[in-house]
Design a protein around this ligand. Sequence first.
Ligand SMILES: C[S@@+](CC[C@H](N)C(=O)[O-])C[C@H]1O[C@@H](n2cnc3c(N)ncnc32)[C@H](O)[C@@H]1O
Length: 289
Amino acid sequence: MAPETAKDQYFLGRDFDASVRLYGQHFLTTKRTKWLLHPKVQRLAERSGVKIADVATGNGIWASELAEQHPNANIVGLDISDRQYPPAWTCPENISFDLYNCLEPPPDKFVGTFDIIHIRFLAGGLRGIDNFAKVVQNVGSMLKPGGYLQWQDAMAPGWILVDKSLEIDDSKTELANFAEAFDRASGGLLKGSLNYKLDEIFETSGLFEKVETINPDLVPRLLRYETDFAIKVFGEISGQVRGMLNATGRMTAEKSQELDESERLFAEYLANGGLIVYKTAVVLGRKAE
Ligand SMILES: C[S@@+](CC[C@H](N)C(=O)[O-])C[C@H]1O[C@@H](n2cnc3c(N)ncnc32)[C@H](O)[C@@H]1O
């Protein structure tokens, strides 16, 4: 599926299947972190009338879950596309949705408005460090002084191959053969999207007085489910890349073979009992007073 507007660089879909991907991802992600908002932010989130924005909200599953946990909070889900928003009448009273492209400066109504801003899994819609830095500046300006930005995303190299050691060892997490083959065919989509250090981008923005990174532990009982999920996402990304290359006349015999080969290597890894999970981290920053 092509991006919906010229400014929309998101390469995954927004249909029902894509929405189911977001539910699966939400479930697995929050089982690992065990919270929606970092414990340091909980007390602030409990204050009556606290304003919270979920930027790049997708189908709003995180925002909806938070609305239930924090009935006194006023929550706004924002995205560049409203295609996945739930019907307004089905939403909890303390949640609303609006459109916003976070690569653009925010409208006045959002500037200095929010106590907490949450972003999750936006990396697929951004290309290059400059865009990550732009988002941090734009959403940073939406925070009140002393407010928090919590951003959880896939980190390079995207996926981790897991064995019984349960170590997150970066030398083992270099792009695996199948992802390398895929990346060549797609013109460096994975490396291009994930080659960023979010904590450094927070630090160099000059907006935050405290920045910390949380690396959620692996949970053995979830690994099989996370692997199923990674297979689903890999298939979806591969299909989108094939569609995009075909639609733009850029599919060559070589690229097609690279994609076939990446899928074959992936299937072989899994058939040998391989497990694979996303590498994610949460970066939390408190805006200077
Ligand atoms: C993988 S989904 C994540 C959805 C949600 N945050 C979650 O964790 O379930 C990425 C979302 O980012 C949105 N997105 C991509 N580029 C964006 C932009 N420039 N501004 C706002 N949203 C954007 C997409 O429309 C999509 O809904």
